[in-house]
Ligand binder design. Structure first.
Ligand code: FE2
Length: 184
């Protein structure tokens, strides 16, 4: 794991919270408070560090990893199109840094027994402003999509595990198709 310059206290505190309390909404709310402090640093916004994400108009960079493998990512979500509906193989807590973000949480209705097929439903749609926090639960509840509103949304996302370590699932709710591929 690469060093997380300047972010060591964030990772240490966040990983300790989850170790002590579990990956549950109470811990996620406290991690959201920590993310708000990190998000106040305007020097985070640096387009030159971003890589393409999801084969879409979204971009992201990994800011660092904690000792137990948690991962902090900075993403930029264009207003032009939503990200594909995707999973992360991890729970996540997010905080908007700049812009507004439409964040949609999805849930699988099927049992996953049909290869390449999935039926999804929306369980929550939120519009998030700078400093607003949201989270998605661990597998299999880690399915979401998002889009900037009017302008690009910049957002910190903190994952319990490295979301790029394994291929993600990409869902098409219209056709019911699902495929696995790398995020970046
Ligand atoms: Fe995501």
């Amino acid at each position: 794991m690469e060093p997380a310059t300047g972010l060591e206290p964030f990772f240490d505190t966040a990983e300790r919270l989850v170790a002590d309390q579990g990956a549950n909404p109470a811990a996620f709310a406290l991690i959201g408070d920590l993310l708000r402090i990190v998000a106040a640093d305007a020097t985070l916004i640096d387009e030159s560090k971003l890589d393409a994400l999801h084969q879409s108009s979204a971009q992201a960079t990994i800011l660092g990893h904690g000792p137990a493998g948690s991962t902090l990512m900075l993403g930029r979500f264009s207003p032009e199109a939503p990200t594909p509906v995707h999973n992360h193989n991890s729970w996540g807590v997010l905080c908007v840094v700049r812009g507004r973000d439409r964040h949609i949480l999805w849930r699988r209705q099927d049992d996953g027994s049909r290869m390449g097929r999935a039926q999804l439903e929306i369980i929550e749609t939120r519009e998030l402003a700078p400093g607003d926090v949201a989270w998605f639960p661990d597998v299999p509840g880690d399915i979401h999509s998002q889009q900037g509103i009017g302008e690009a949304a910049w957002e910190l996302v903190y994952f319990g595990r490295d979301p790029n370590a394994r291929p993600r699932m990409y869902f098409d709710p219209e056709t019911g198709r699902v495929e696995e591929r790398a995020a970046v």
